[in-house]
Design a protein around this ligand. Structure first.
Ligand code: GRF
Length: 215
């Protein structure tokens, strides 16, 4: 049984997709053992509490410096003894010590087709604003392992989403969430929970005949 900790900062729609997928059996062999947020006002925490999940907030405002915050963040996660940490809209730079403590056991959902529109400054709506400004016709979402860089770890799953002429950043963000994020993040967790993911250097292999476009 894969023990999963989910880190959130905002609305928690990706957390909700994970919870719904677990309830419907689309994710098997796993259990959410902690939901952690850096934001005391995150609606994601309300979603977790409503579902009866252990929910905790580690707020930067409660810690005198970044080093102290990073230590408490890692200790709080480790207290739940997770096998996998899922960053589901978590707007905190993951400390190197945390990456080292969980090698290829932290995954992140990013709302673009990495390596496009990622890295410093690309988060939330800013990703979709960049997509529209560049005029690309296809965007999407990516689930990847977290390494010590930003959005730079081995890619697990991606799903494309067409950009429409009448899109604005918000309509595009919502469609990328609905058509891509909420599908590939639960799928990635299920694949990991059932031992179907292998990592060879920077390449991820999937031991399932998967049609990513049909997810
Ligand atoms: C989403 O756009 C996600 O791609 C990004 O953070 C945003 C918040 O998602 N990583 P959620 O509703 O809090 O899951």
């Amino acid at each position: 049984m894969l023990r999963v900790a989910v880190c959130v900062s905002g609305g928690g729609t990706n957390l909700q997709a994970i919870m719904d997928a677990a309830a419907s059996g689309k994710i098997s062999n796993s259990k959410i053992v902690q939901v952690l947020s850096n934001n005391p006002g995150a609606y994601a925490l309300k979603r977790a509490k409503k579902a009866g999940l252990p929910a905790v907030c580690v707020s930067r405002a409660d810690h005198s410096d970044r080093e102290d915050y990073n230590r408490v963040l890692l200790e709080t996660l480790q207290s739940a003894e997770p096998d996998l940490i899922v960053l589901a809209g978590f707007l905190v730079m993951i400390p190197a010590a945390m990456v080292r403590a969980f090698p290829n056991r932290i995954i992140n959902i990013h709302p673009s087709l990495i390596p496009s529109f990622c890295g410093t400054g690309y988060y939330g709506l800013k990703v979709h604003e960049g997509v529209l400004a560049r005029g690309v016709k296809v965007t999407g979402a990516t689930v990847h392992f977290v390494d010590e860089g930003m959005d730079s770890g081995p890619i697990i799953l991606q799903k494309p989403v067409a950009v429409r002429d009448d899109d604005d950043a918000r309509s595009l963000q919502l469609r990328v969430m609905e058509e891509a994020e909420w599908k590939i993040l639960p799928k990635a967790i299920d694949l990991i929970a059932n031992g179907k993911i292998g990592v060879e250097g920077r390449r991820v292999t999937i031991a399932e005949d998967l049609d990513m476009f049909a997810l």
